[in-house]
Design a protein around this ligand. Structure first.
Ligand SMILES: [Zn+2]
Ligand SMILES: [Zn+2]
Ligand SMILES: [Zn+2]
Length: 292
């Protein structure tokens, strides 16, 4: 069984937007409170997070997440990567580096945005990441990689205990993700002109932050029970599907259920939006769980 929980369904600023007085931002319906887009996937005994934006900490707390086998990043925008420093809490529980799966271009941004996490001499307590490079080929996510057990040395930071008992400073190693027996199928799309990835897990596909999905990718989206698509506006948008584009794509792909995410306050309240949409295409909301 594959289960996906929407941890966040809001656009880059979230909903409500700071300072906005519109009826959607002022709505009392909890379904109109949207964290930045992220999803938690449970599959084959694995717990996988897709994107770790600025609301990562609140999302982990809201769903009592105590362990992640992998963090998959769709692309390098801050609303999808801004919470990665907070994996420190899980480093401490798991005594392992966080297993992050991303493309080379995303890694380059992480190196810039989080230079301290890749420094030769890391400040004690910096986040521990083990980066698996992926591309658009299917790849395998496993339970925690055998990267050794982290040991916290007071005031000095994380170290790996060697066989001879000595301590080796940790580093944020980068490896290639394995392609044998894949359990995740990347979907290549474009966010304006930026290549981004969506992911298929079993019969559930999660696509966010795309404005174009090349036709050759459609073959990867056949026979879906659940499809997630992003939209931010009724009007054409340079980097996201418009609602009309999302609806057209939803009917072309023909999943049994399509869920809309990355929603903005340009759409009406959740209850009203549900009434405007066909029954097979509905807005997702934070906390919604879908299963196959
Ligand atoms: Zn985004
Ligand atoms: Zn608003
Ligand atoms: Zn984006």
């Amino acid at each position: 069984m594959t289960r996906l929980t929407f941890l966040g369904t809001g656009t880059s600023q979230g909903v409500p937007i700071i300072g906005c007085q519109c009826p959607v931002c002022k709505s009392a319906d909890p379904r109109d409170k949207r964290f930045r887009a992220a999803a938690l996937v449970e599959m084959d005994g694995l717990t996988i997070l897709v994107d770790a934006g600025p609301d990562f900490r609140s999302q982990m707390l809201a769903h009592d997440v105590r362990h992640l086998d992998a963090i998959l990043l769709t692309h390098n925008h801050k609303d999808h990567t801004g919470g990665l420093d907070d994996v420190r809490a899980l480093n401490y529980i798991d005594r392992k580096a966080a297993e992050i799966y991303c493309e080379e271009r995303v890694l380059q941004t992480l190196r810039n945005d989080y230079a301290y996490a890749f420094a030769d001499h890391k400040y004690p307590g910096s986040p521990e990441w083990h980066v698996h490079l992926i591309d658009d080929r299917p790849f395998r996510v496993d339970s925690l990689e055998n990267t050794g057990e982290l040991e916290w040395v007071h005031d000095l930071g994380y170290f790996y205990r060697q066989a001879d008992g000595s301590l080796k400073p940790s580093d944020n190693a980068v490896v290639e993700a394995p392609h044998d027996a894949p359990n995740v199928i990347p979907i290549r799309g474009f966010h304006h002109d930026m290549p981004v990835l969506g992911f298929r897990f079993g019969n559930i596909a999660y696509i966010t932050d795309m404005s174009r999905l090349p036709e050759q990718e459609l073959v990867k989206l056949q026979g879906l029970e659940h499809l997630t698509l992003n939209t931010v506006s009724y009007h054409p948008h340079h980097s996201h599907f418009s609602l009309e584009e999302a609806l057209t794509l939803a009917s072309l792909i023909g999943a049994k259920h399509t869920w809309l995410t990355h929603l903005s306050h340009a759409f009406p309240s959740h209850a009203q939006f549900c009434r405007e949409l066909p029954p097979t295409v509905q807005p997702a909301y934070d906390g919604l769980v879908i299963e196959d």
